[in-house]
Ligand binder design. Structure first.
Ligand code: FAD
Length: 498
């Protein structure tokens, strides 16, 4: 695969003095940072490796058939269509050169270099398998739309295979056992939803299996569920999960994962094997590797999760023009939540505006904690706002309102509300469609040396191949015409070759 490098520099190189801001990422930090620059006299270029803005807190609802992917991931281009000073570029950033002030991004082997005057890095985090990346093949995480659709395929597919197996008289327990690793909010929500699927939504749809016999196991090495919510809400959540049929296995460290199951080591040293085809990894995060690139160039420290230490104003040491926000940063033990990214990005955008307006710098960044919540099951959630702890339907209603407010776009809010009405009133789910490709495409692509880039023609090669083909056809036609003329002129037609 050859690289063709193009320089995308529409604003500065030709002497235009407009301040160029490059934003990396279209998640919470990237989108809110770009929007906060709406009225600034700047040119914003947002570079992201997906074309959508993803509302990660609702990924589990895509994975379990409640919402469609479009409802939680609207196109970034559409969201920013009315922001005249912003443009969107698709590309995975592979390098940041702080000295040259350029960002290099790639798409299907095509490379783009974009220059900046100010840089906002909001590239988020990915799943961490704590050094056991081989687990990922059998226990996908839940960070992207691809992950959620793959999980949807795996979950609904497991019930289908169990039905087939039961028809043959096979033991199908391993197909009807679902293990969620990690008892944080995502793990709790996922386990609760799979239990609801098995015990409510699917119970009348199969003939050979009883979906209510499915086991849903929530595993965590920690001693409690939802540690950041405190002991009391953690214990309450555990009880509520058990009431809807989730088995909670705490103090259990996952030491092995394969196609058929996983191995856990318990606190007392015992090792247990759980036979389960469907495993979901919701434990641990690893900050984006761009943090490493930035750390190498600035000497800023990285913590164990790869988060970069930033100055109190979210800039990098020695580089006041570079801001890093959200899940990528290690500052004051801030949690990896959406509000940290949103507030950080707004702060960085304001600082850029202040500098351009010649105003004094702001006070150091201060995070305002608006609270946390996790849904357990229908009409049941836990929430923590300041010193107030809530659970049950009140917390669930709060969850509903807050998620509606933060979901991007009016049409997505209306359609999510309708889907929720269907799910919560009738136990039904609107998005149960799955395909074989959703389940296996990721593994297939990972076997190609350059991923999807191996499936398209090299940059520039397509035109060259077409030109060569046209030339060869032309030569063939000319040769045929010459031969026809020769046969006629020489009177050789009708005479058999000797
Ligand atoms: C399943 C799940 C549930 C969650 N639930 C909650 C919740 O209920 N409440 C809450 O507050 N928080 C929740 N979070 C956490 C919250 O989503 C994150 O803290 C937040 O998204 C962080 O924002 P960010 O901008 O730092 O990163 P992200 O929102 O992750 O955005 C990162 C962006 O960078 C892009 N990107 C990554 N690498 C590159 C690259 N090399 N080049 C170009 N683009 C790149 C990505 O495509 C993405 O657009 C949840 C997270 C997950 C995964």
């Amino acid at each position: 695969m050859t690289d063709v490098e193009s320089i995308a520099d529409p604003t500065g190189a030709d002497g235009n003095a407009t301040h160029r801001v490059v934003v990396i990422g279209s998640g919470f930090g990237g989108l809110f940072g770009t929007k906060a620059l709406r009225r600034a006299d700047v040119e914003v270029t947002m570079i992201a490796k997906t074309t959508h803005h993803l509302f990660q807190p609702l990924l589990y609802q895509v994975a379990t058939g409640i919402l469609s992917e479009g409802e939680i991931a609207p196109p970034t281009r559409e969201i920013l269509s009315s922001q005249a000073n912003a443009r969107v570029l698709l590309g995975e950033v592979t390098d940041i050169d702080l000295e040259a002030r350029t960002v290099t991004s790639q798409v299907l082997g095509r490379s783009t270099v974009t220059s900046y005057d100010s840089l906002l890095v909001a590239a988020g985090a990915s799943q961490s398998y704590f050094g056991n990346d081989q687990f990922a093949e059998f226990a996908p995480g839940m960070k992207s739309i691809d992950d959620a659709l793959e999980l949807r395929g795996r979950i609904f597919g497991a019930f289908e295979l169990a039905e087939l197996g039961a028809n043959r008289g096979d033991d199908v327990d391993h197909l009807l056992t679902f293990v969620v690793v990690g008892a944080g909010p995502t793990g709790v929500e996922m386990a609760g939803q799979i239990a609801e699927l098995a015990h409510r939504t699917l119970r009348r749809d199969f003939r050979a299996i009883n979906t209510r016999h499915a086991r849903v196991i929530l595993v965590d090495a920690a001693g409690q569920v939802l540690p950041p919510f405190g002991a009391k809400l953690g214990a309450k959540t555990r009880t509520e999960l058990e009431k809807i049929g989730v088995e909670v296995m705490l103090g259990a460290m996952v030491t092995g994962v394969d196609e058929r199951g996983l191995e856990v080591k318990l606190k007392d040293g015992r090792v247990e094997h759980i036979s389960a085809v469907t495993k979901i990894w919701a434990a641990g995060v690893q900050a984006n590797p761009l943090g490493q690139t930035l750390a190498e160039q600035t000497g800023a420290p990285l913590d164990r999760a790869g988060r970069i230490g930033v100055n109190p104003d979210l800039t990098l040491p020695g580089h006041p023009e570079v801001f890093v926000v959200g899940d990528m940063i290690a500052l004051d033990n801030l949690p990896g939540v959406a509000q940290v990214a949103i507030q950080g990005a707004k702060y960085a955008a304001k600082e850029i505006r202040n500098r351009l307006d010649g105003k004094a710098p702001q006070q150091p960044f201060k995070y305002f904690d608006k609270g946390s919540m996790a849904i357990i099951s229908k009409f049941n959630a836990v929430a923590m706002v300041g010193n107030i702890r809530l659970s049950g339907i009140v917390a669930w209603l709060m969850w509903l309102v807050i998620h509606l407010v933060y979901l991007t776009g009016f049409k997505n809010r209306v359609s999510a509300l309708m889907r929720w009405a269907i799910t919560f009133v009738s136990n039904d789910r609107s998005e149960r469609t799955t395909t074989e490709q959703q389940i296996f495409a990721r593994a297939a692509l990972s076997r190609l040396e350059h991923g999807a880039a191996d499936l398209v023609t090299d940059p520039g090669a397509y035109d060259a191949e077409v030109a060569a083909e046209v030339e060869s056809r032309r030569r063939e036609l000319e040769a045929t015409a010459e031969e026809q003329a020769r046969l006629t002129d020489s009177g050789a037609r009708g005479i058999r070759d000797a």
